[in-house]
Design a protein around this ligand. Sequence first.
Ligand SMILES: Nc1nc2c(c(=O)[nH]1)N[C@H]1C(S)=C(S)[C@@H](COP(=O)(O)OP(=O)(O)OC[C@H]3O[C@@H](n4cnc5c(=O)[nH]c(N)nc54)[C@H](O)[C@@H]3O)O[C@H]1N2
Ligand SMILES: Nc1nc2c(c(=O)[nH]1)N[C@H]1C(S)=C(S)[C@@H](COP(=O)(O)OP(=O)(O)OC[C@H]3O[C@@H](n4cnc5c(=O)[nH]c(N)nc54)[C@H](O)[C@@H]3O)O[C@H]1N2
Ligand SMILES: [Mo]
Length: 685
Amino acid sequence: MPSATALPVVRGACGHDCPDTCSWLVEVEDGHAKRLFGDPDHPFTRGTLCAKVNHYLERVYHPDRVLRPLRRVGAKGSGQFEPTTWDDALAEIAARWTEISATSGPEAILPYSSAGNQGMIQMSSLDRRLWAVLGFSQLDRNICGEVAVAGLAATQGSGLGIDPEEIIHSRYIVLWGTNTIVTNLHLWPVIAAARSRGARVVVVDPIRTRTAEQADWHLPLRPASDAMLILGMMHVIIRDGLVDRDYIDRYALGYESLVEHVKSFPPERVAAATDLSATDIELFAREYATTTPALLRPLIGIEHHRNGGMMFRTLACLPILTGAWRHRGGGLARSTGALQYSTLNHAGVVMSQELRSHARTLNMRDLGNDLLSSTLAPPIRSLCVYNCNPAVSVPNQPRIIAGLQRPDLFTVVHDLFITETARFADLVLPATSQIESLDLVPAWGHHYLSLNQPAIPPVGESVSNTEFIRRLAKALGRTEPWLYDSDETLVRTALDSRHPWLAGITFERLLAEGSIRLNHERDWRPFAKGGFPTPSGKAHLWSEELQQMGIDPLPVPGSVRQAQAGELQLISGKTLHYMNTSYSHIARHRHREGQLFIELHPADAAARGIRHGNLVQVANEQGSIVAECRHSERVRPGIAWMPFGSLQDAQGHSRSVNVLTPEEPTDWGGGSGFYDTFIHVTPAL
Ligand SMILES: Nc1nc2c(c(=O)[nH]1)N[C@H]1C(S)=C(S)[C@@H](COP(=O)(O)OP(=O)(O)OC[C@H]3O[C@@H](n4cnc5c(=O)[nH]c(N)nc54)[C@H](O)[C@@H]3O)O[C@H]1N2
Ligand SMILES: Nc1nc2c(c(=O)[nH]1)N[C@H]1C(S)=C(S)[C@@H](COP(=O)(O)OP(=O)(O)OC[C@H]3O[C@@H](n4cnc5c(=O)[nH]c(N)nc54)[C@H](O)[C@@H]3O)O[C@H]1N2
Ligand SMILES: [Mo]
């Protein structure tokens, strides 16, 4: 724990793509960060960080960090680079992009970014302005969250949910497809506090995760059968008269159709389709409907299936039927991201009113296909990657690598490390870490808005994302002054909103306090009295919008692919010591995660003659990978699990599970069915 210290302390906030957005303090001496620790006074951070960010300064000062611009000298993918200067690198980019724009049109250039840094200013600000004014291809960023929001919105108009801190008032907490203890650690104390006040914690997850192990009840259902389970719950809830009829009559549409519809989902049918027992389905439905307040907490698990939209849409029907939204601590809590953004002037930050791009939009999921397409017009001739490591995080890695290998593709990567994507770059440009740049960080897991102040100057020649954009704009000869706005101007623009929840939250206060809770009453129940942001103002148990989209207007199980004979379904999840693809470049974290492995149920392993510790070939039509097999009862028969991120195989090569995942589109929301991956596992020769 921090003690009184003579060193100056700078307030900041973690920028990783994680719901917790921790507030941290950095002790600085002579421009050097000596210590970084969780703010003990922050109500959500509570003075602790995580297995990754506890070692953040190692990342900042790591000897492998890219500190100068690099130009490729070896073959693409060989990872051989020589130092160059910013001036030369920028001149080369400007020349190439000018030539490509002139001959193929600006859409032949694809800026490709995600939430590697999820501070608002470093994630989406000047970059969006510059790409729009240049007419470069736009990117549909849908790998995380979009499907969930689209699914929830079909029922309740948006992804809005309660303040996660309000979960302390819940008495029935369902962690639905989320591994809280690994991925959302700082919510766990809230859940533990609710539990000590009598709450029951249920985990719905095909895998017996660390979180499932800590729960009062784990329901290990068949993957992607969640909508089926919920239809069975609704059958029981309606059959047994456990609905809140008054809430439904006032605030929902389509109840009568739903009543008829769910009659055909009795627990016995649902049991067969979910691999849960009819008794458990009955019990779960009754406990959920009769314990008040009841809270559903999903994050990402169910959106990474092809029926992800429908699963979220169906989940959102539950608190409508029971009127759980009325009760303090009841309803549903997923991301607070859109809510935080709605209080801020992000439109001003990206100048969305002034700069309407008419350029085509490409789906980030289809990167490999698009790079290799012979019909895409114009073809992608240049990629500019930042805040993302698609060679590891995007499905169908073999196709992405083949695309990145194209000799005619001009690839620029701005990152802190030579990532798997950067290995294929023509130019690698050094990026700052979070303690080297200013940002405003809205959280997607709580209601505190944080300012991240730079604690030290940029290390080496690294620059922040916004400075990278300013340098590009200058090299391209742009003269619009708003392409050169400072980070502070951008933060002030974001805060320039009349939203009542931002009242009194100024740049100056953020400078002094670091992180401030949005200005609203604690007991905030968004849908206690309806007010759903749908066209009708009501929740849609039957949805006309879905019907118009050619999708079933009622909640349905959705299109689920089952494993064929001999196949296993492969789920891949977040790891404790990595942040998505990040930290695998640091030995401490790589060693903690260890050798690449796959978990198989002992029965599935025995049927294939595979012993615990054997090397196995994991293959499908996308690709193949060799991993160490672990027998594990964490997985159900028919399911295999691999960690997401880069781990080393027995030969010491970094490998990612996305060698095996297909670009399987989701039903709506534009996302990717990462977990609808089917594999064959055989002993490695
Ligand atoms: N199989 C499988 N695949 C998945 C998932 C899964 O569960 N299973 N999860 C999916 C999900 S939910 C997500 S969100 C994605 C995440 O995928 P990515 O967004 O690609 O992953 P990250 O590792 O979070 O960040 C990418 C890069 O951003 C860089 N970065 C960080 N800060 C900065 C900065 O300030 N400037 C610049 N220029 N770069 C920076 C990091 O060093 C890192 O290399 O992966 C998805 N892919
Ligand atoms: N330590 C650490 N923390 C992280 C990250 C990280 O990489 N490392 N990544 C961050 C990011 S980008 C995100 S989006 C969040 C994600 O946070 P979570 O959503 O908690 O992360 P996942 O591990 O993807 O957990 C999804 C869970 O859904 C389960 N699941 C898979 N299929 C199904 C299904 O069909 N039904 C049900 N009910 N469950 C299913 C999986 O087994 C898994 O346990 O975590 C963030 N926090
Ligand atoms: Mo994510």
